[in-house]
Design a binder for this molecule. Structure first.
Ligand code: MN
Length: 294
């Protein structure tokens, strides 16, 4: 099942180039009182919502996919977890490029860095444009397989990791290069993207064997396969849940392969991950930050 959120928080089932609008299925989510429980409530109640959506599907109105504004398939993750250096060839290109390395000592292995978090306020869907900050800084695309966590867990062994996955999507970890901390350079508004929809886990037999490709203005920049992940999907869940309790709806960006590079206002990124769809994401024509001070 391919589940999307669109326009003013509507819910859809993706069928080829059309969407079945099954928004009334959201009524399967119980009303909440303050404080809201941790976790995205659509994912907490995913089984009930999808059962209702399936029952509504035949009579649901259809819309052309091209005419909606896609929102991130998860609205309220408690965290966006990120693997920073998780493909060997990306580690090699980072060590070779002074614009990425910025005077740091040699990057070696993910176990030396651990994971990092992006602000949940940075998250948008593919219906939004990326709004770059500051023209003097280099801003890079990083296409990544994204896991959406399906249920709460801590200290999850890798052998049981799949039980905790609701589904997958394409993720973009937009990055300003520089010497500051990752959580500063990668968490500006619109610098985390998830989409175009949630593909439920039952549709992806092996997340550790997916082709992925990112083009900028039609030119291939990143082309790889998730079989080259240093820590694969299962190991990442074990690794992360050693520190963090994972909650339904948490987003896990699994790391970017080689081929990262700069984008500028007006660029269009074409994204592909096998089984998860294709999409175009635009870089807004204007920089979002104030003019640089002299
Ligand atoms: Mn990344």
């Amino acid at each position: 099942m391919k589940l999307c959120r669109f326009n003013d928080n509507r819910l859809g089932l993706v069928e080829g180039d059309r969407i079945a609008d099954v928004t009334p299925a959201l009524e399967a989510i119980p009303a909440m009182r303050y404080p809201a429980p941790l976790g995205d409530q659509l994912i907490v109640h995913l089984a009930a919502v999808t059962a209702t959506a399936n029952a509504l599907k035949d009579k649901a109105p259809r819309l052309p996919l091209a005419e909606v504004r896609l929102l991130p398939p998860v609205a309220n993750p408690t965290k966006i977890i990120n693997a920073p250096i998780n493909y060997v060839k990306h580690i090699q290109e980072s060590n070779a490029d002074p614009n990425i390395k910025h005077g740091r000592s040699n990057i070696t292995h993910i176990s030396d860095w651990g994971l990092f978090l992006k602000a949940t306020s940075s998250l948008v869907g593919f219906g939004d444009e990326v709004r770059l900050l500051y023209p003097e800084r280099r801003n890079d695309h990083e296409l990544e397989l994204a896991i959406v966590i399906g249920k709460q867990g801590k200290n999850i062994p890798k052998e049981k990791a799949r039980e905790y996955i609701a589904g997958y999507a394409m993720g973009l970890d937009m990055t300003t290069r520089g010497k500051e901390l990752l959580s500063w350079r990668k968490s500006a508004d619109t610098y985390a993207l998830l989409g175009p929809w949630l593909t439920t886990a039952d549709e992806i037999a092996d997340p550790n064997a997916l082709d992925l490709e990112l083009k900028v203005n039609g030119e291939t920049r990143q082309k790889a396969n998730t079989r080259d992940l240093v820590y694969n999907v299962d190991k990442l869940i074990e690794y992360a849940s050693d520190k963090y309790t994972l909650y339904p709806g948490d987003v896990f960006l699994t790391g970017t392969p080689e081929g990262v590079g700069p984008v500028v206002p007006g660029d269009v990124m074409q994204l592909f991950i096998a089984g998860l769809g294709t999409a175009e994401v635009r870089i807004a024509r204007e920089y979002a930050g104030p003019p640089a001070r002299g």
